[in-house]
Design a protein around this ligand. Structure first.
Ligand SMILES: [Zn+2]
Length: 89
């Protein structure tokens, strides 16, 4: 039996996905950072985090620096990918 993952909603497209396939972020003061286990978090799905239009929308919505935010998302995507790989082995 596979473990059932909790379902969370992506803040950009509002579609629902298993928690372990979503990027987890949080707002810390003015900045969006990777969620570190404290404070309120929100989720972004893989397709939105790789969709230039959606990312630009989020940059505006959260008033982030575009380069910084794109890099943050890229780092989190790599982390999820690495995690998926380790499950396949
Ligand atoms: Zn999404």
């Amino acid at each position: 039996m596979k473990n059932i993952q909790p379902i969370r909603m992506c803040i950009a497209c509002r579609s629902r996905h298993p928690k372990n396939t979503l990027l987890r972020l949080k707002q810390m003061g003015h900045d969006i950072v990777a969620h570190d286990g404290t404070g309120r978090s929100f989720y972004l799905c893989m397709s939105c985090s790789q969709n230039e239009k959606k990312v630009k929308g989020l940059v505006k919505r959260f008033k982030q620096d575009e380069k910084y935010f794109t890099k943050l998302l890229a780092d989190l995507i790599l982390r999820i990918r690495a995690c998926e790989k380790s499950h396949l082995n």
